[in-house]
Design a protein around this ligand. Structure first.
Ligand code: C2E
Ligand code: MG
Ligand code: MG
Ligand code: MG
Length: 278
């Protein structure tokens, strides 16, 4: 290392960066190995109708428990999977598992049930994504109309023309589309109008603000109004208490998911939960 007046600063910088990269590389290897060894699994969080209390669907959420028994949050490892390219393989596996679970639920009598699957930006823009989607639907027999893909709002912002075309192709398969974490990005109205989406998911941050102050519900209110004007379905995520559910309903939001109703559940626990009256 060349010595200079700023040498120590550089040293700190490269050292900090080095640790971050080393940690990322370590996690990438652990994830690849963990995926092959079956350390990934899905949990399913019920989505409910606020008017009737009935559950009409669930969101599949990816989980990773390492061989040491450590749970790694998807917010931490999904970016690593994207960065390393592993996301295409993992994402396909997620869709396959979710479709299989949907078929198991249908066999148990939950025929109208829908399954929401998160799709990352990198995965979605993969050249064979649509082929993969069609193949998984065909292989599992999952009805396209009971599958929903969730893309994040930030993702909806990039390359609007490319995205519009991709969404049109997804719609062509019969699968629906929800925009996840809505309200956290800056989608313009005209942009949103051009995209063939079916549902907006109000981000948890705005749901938790609802009970805080007089203006706390303003973003949730705006999203609900926007959905109504564009003819889109609205679902609130991260609903944790009765007051939030009550206010959302009063604002015209009919659907929700959150700890108030159920946490993400293992497949058998979901079946048990669905069998109970709510
Ligand atoms: P998301 O899709 O917005 O999922 C909602 C997150 O909120 C989940 O966190 C869920 O467990 C959590 N949650 C649900 N209800 C409540 C509540 O009432 N209170 C609180 N505090 N949290 C609640 P999770 O499972 O850790 O997932 C985090 C993010 O990771 C997801 O956000 C999604 O962006 C990503 N993710 C999860 N599974 C997948 C996947 O299969 N593929 C991709 N690409 N991303 C995934
Ligand atoms: Mg989601
Ligand atoms: Mg979300
Ligand atoms: Mg999120």
């Amino acid at each position: 290392r060349a010595k200079s007046q700023h040498g120590s600063k550089h040293f700190y910088f490269t050292r900090g960066l080095g640790i971050a990269i080393r940690e990322r590389v370590r996690m990438m290897h652990a994830l690849r190995r963990g995926f092959r060894r079956g350390e990934l699994y899905l949990a399913y969080q019920p989505q409910v109708d606020l008017d009737t209390g009935h559950s009409f669907g669930a969101e599949a959420l990816l989980r990773w428990r390492t061989e040491d028994g450590e749970d790694v949050a998807p917010d931490r490892f999904v970016p690593i999977a994207e960065y390393s390219g592993l996301i295409a393989e993992i994402g396909e596996w997620v869709l396959l598992q979710a479709c299989r679970e949907l078929m198991r639920l249908r066999a148990a009598g939950h025929t109208g049930f829908t399954m929401s699957v998160n799709v990352s930006q990198v995965q979605f823009r993969h050249p064979h994504f649509i082929d993969m989607l069609r193949r998984v639907l065909q292989e599992t027999g999952a009805p396209a109309e009971n599958i929903e893909l969730e893309i994040t709002e930030s993702m909806a912002m990039e390359e609007p023309d490319v995205l519009a075309e991709l969404l049109a192709q997804v719609k062509g398969t019969g699968v629906s589309i929800a925009i996840d974490d809505f309200g956290t990005g800056f989608s313009s109205l005209s942009h949103l109008q051009r995209l063939q989406v079916d549902r907006l998911k109000i981000d948890r941050a705005f749901v938790s603000e609802i009970t805080g102050s007089a203006r706390g519900s303003s973003i949730a209110e705006m999203v609900i109004q926007l959905g109504r004007n564009l003819g889109l379905s609205i679902i609130a995520e991260g609903v944790e208490d009765e007051r939030q559910a009550h206010i959302l309903r009063a604002l015209g939001c009919r659907k929700a998911q959150g700890f108030l109703f159920a946490r993400p559940l293992a497949p058998d626990a979901l079946l048990d939960w669905l069998a109970q009256p709510h």
